[in-house]
Design a protein around this ligand. Structure first.
Ligand code: ATP
Length: 533
């Protein structure tokens, strides 16, 4: 992972935001190569899910043909949206602060063990960033009791590793980075939505939030889309855009950031066929990551157990990837696919529903009135063929563009041994990105900077540039030019040499296999189109 992080910075895939001022935790910038990579991923997703989708044919595994359309809505929305969606009430974590170390932790992520020595019993802890909590806790306990590690067997452990949430009295708790007992504050609520104010006065009545997900913009526009386009259920609305969450512990590079991009679909279908549609989307989305180059051995589809599901949902699955920063056997979420029933549309219609009720009713306040009032707009759908009116059920495939980018980067990073210009074996770093998402599709080199080779190579460059992001390089030994493109993930290098001027052919070199073959310069666009796909 360290090698990848350093390559990302060195080659301009990613930088820490505001780095010259020391950076800002949880925010990342994409450099010249990174911006192309991430854009290609979003474009591939949009093309495969929306614009390239066949609205009239029936795809394998789909219960019927369906339509797809898109939307782009604002980041700041009416505050009532977040009240009815449930984010306002529920989107929080409990935090504890340490008065001694001044650090803040998520309450449920502190782990610890009860341990006794020298007639005193304490709860020694480790934070969520600890890779080996048991060892760290032992070290912490030894230090606290002033004991040496050779006397570790004098520590009397009481029970296994448990969360801090099991401990009621914090007086005996030794915080993960503290030297004295009882420095942790009681857990406090911490809303993950970024708050802002609208207008000049800036009172509480003008408070608004940066969206923590793109999905709600789709729900509140459901009626607009149905009324303005000719879509019929089943159909999906897709949106790609920024989301913001004031994450407590942003970490693992871009995996958990405070500003990130989502690629979400809300798929509206008849309640009776929604379980089939759920299965379709779950499998389709898993397959997409494989097609884009993730290794099947590192990608899992994790179905949530029945007891983890809301009662109105018939299924939720996470697509998870074995990121290299995670311990062996652990996976991180790339995308969640959820069957959401009619929870969202009804909440925006009638008022926030209480998910604990079955059948669901609107959550009431102490006065018996809706806690969060809905829009009062009719968000039901009338099927003009059958005449039936119903509230569609929703399947939500919700992916993160930054997590996908990170997964593709992790998957692509490869080191192999290749001969250099003098035939000596050298370690080569190569980013084996799928050609569709590679930032640069091809690099064009004149073998040497004379004899008309640069002119011919520049002509080729200008022709190809009309179709793709290609790169021209005439500086240095050709072997070094290849290596630089390997690190950037460029799948094809095109070289103009002495023969090119005679027979108008050029060499194409394949990044992964290192195969080289000659093609007519005039056929390059067609040849690359076939290769890139
Ligand atoms: P997690 O459990 O990892 O916090 P989540 O279940 O809260 O994720 P969702 O609300 O389902 O995530 O969001 C859908 C997708 O958005 C996730 O699968 C992920 O790809 C992306 N995502 C969510 N939070 C972040 C974040 N803080 N940084 C980057 N991507 C994120």
């Amino acid at each position: 992972m360290e090698k990848l992080v350093s390559l990302c910075k060195r080659r301009g895939f990613m930088f820490q935001s505001s780095e010259i001022y020391g950076g800002i935790n949880g925010f990342w910038d994409y450099g010249p190569l990174g911006v192309e990579l991430k854009r290609n991923i979003k474009d591939a997703w949009w093309k495969d899910m929306v614009t390239g989708h066949d609205d009239i044919g029936q795809l394998p595994g789909a219960p019927s043909p369906y339509e797809m359309t898109g939307l782009d809505c604002t980041i700041i929305m009416h505050p009532q949206v977040w009240k009815c969606s449930g984010h306002y009430d529920l989107f929080h974590d409990y935090m504890v602060d340490c008065r001694e170390s001044k650090k803040r932790y998520r309450h449920d992520q502190i782990q610890g063990r009860w341990v006794e020595a020298k007639g005193k019993k304490i709860f020694a802890t480790a934070g969520s960033d600890s890779e080996s909590p048991e060892a760290d806790i032992e070290r912490q306990a030894l230090k606290f009791f002033g004991m040496r590690s050779k006397n570790a067997d004098e520590l009397k452990w009481d029970g296994a590793l448990v969360s801090l949430t099991t401990v009621e009295d914090f007086d005996q708790v030794l915080g993960p980075d503290a030297k004295t007992l009882g420095t942790l504050t009681p857990p406090r609520e911490f809303n993950l939505m970024f708050k802002t104010t609208i207008g000049a006065l800036g009172g509480e009545a003008d408070a608004a939030f940066l969206r923590p997900e793109t999905a709600q913009g789709i729900f509140v526009n459901f009626k607009n889309v149905v009324d303005s386009s000719r879509v019929r259920v089943p159909f999906g609305i897709a949106q790609v855009g920024k989301s913001f969450r004031n994450e407590i512990t942003p970490r693992n590079f871009t995996f958990r950031s405070r500003e990130f991009e989502q690629m979400e679909i809300e798929f509206f279908c008849h309640p009776d066929s929604s379980p089939e549609w759920y299965k379709y989307w779950r499998d389709r989305r898993y397959q997409w990551y494989l097609e884009m180059g993730l290794d099947e051995k590192k990608l899992i589809l994790r179905e949530h157990h029945a007891e983890e599901l809301a009662h109105y949902s018939t299924g939720t699955a996470d697509i998870e990837y074995a990121f290299p920063f995670l311990p062996e056997g652990e996976y991180g979420e790339l995308e969640g696919i959820a069957h959401r029933g009619d929870f969202d549309l009804r909440s925006h219609m009638e008022g926030k529903l209480d998910p604990a009720t079955n059948p669901m009713t609107v959550e009431l306040n102490e006065e018996g009135k809706p806690k969060h009032r809905g829009s009062g707009k009719d968000l039901s759908y009338r099927d003009d063929l059958s005449g039936e009116r119903f509230i569609p059920h929703v399947i939500e495939p919700s992916a993160g563009a930054d997590r996908a980018t990170l997964a593709f980067l992790c998957e692509a990073y490869t080191e192999d041994e290749q001969p250099d210009d003098k035939g000596k074996m050298q370690t080569r770093v190569v980013m084996k990105l799928h050609p569709r998402i590679a930032p640069i599709k091809a690099a064009i080199f004149p073998l040497v900077k004379k004899d008309g080779m640069p002119e011919m190579a520049q002509d080729i460059y200008r022709t190809l540039k009309k179709s793709w992001n290609v790169f021209y390089d005439e500086k240095g030994a050709v072997g070094r030019r290849y290596r630089r493109q390997d690190e950037a993930g460029t799948p094809f290098c095109i070289t103009v040499d002495g023969d090119s001027l005679k027979d108008q052919t050029v060499t194409i070199r394949h990044r992964d296999t290192l195969d080289q073959w000659r093609v007519k310069a005039d056929d390059l666009t067609d040849e690359l189109r076939k290769l890139i796909g």
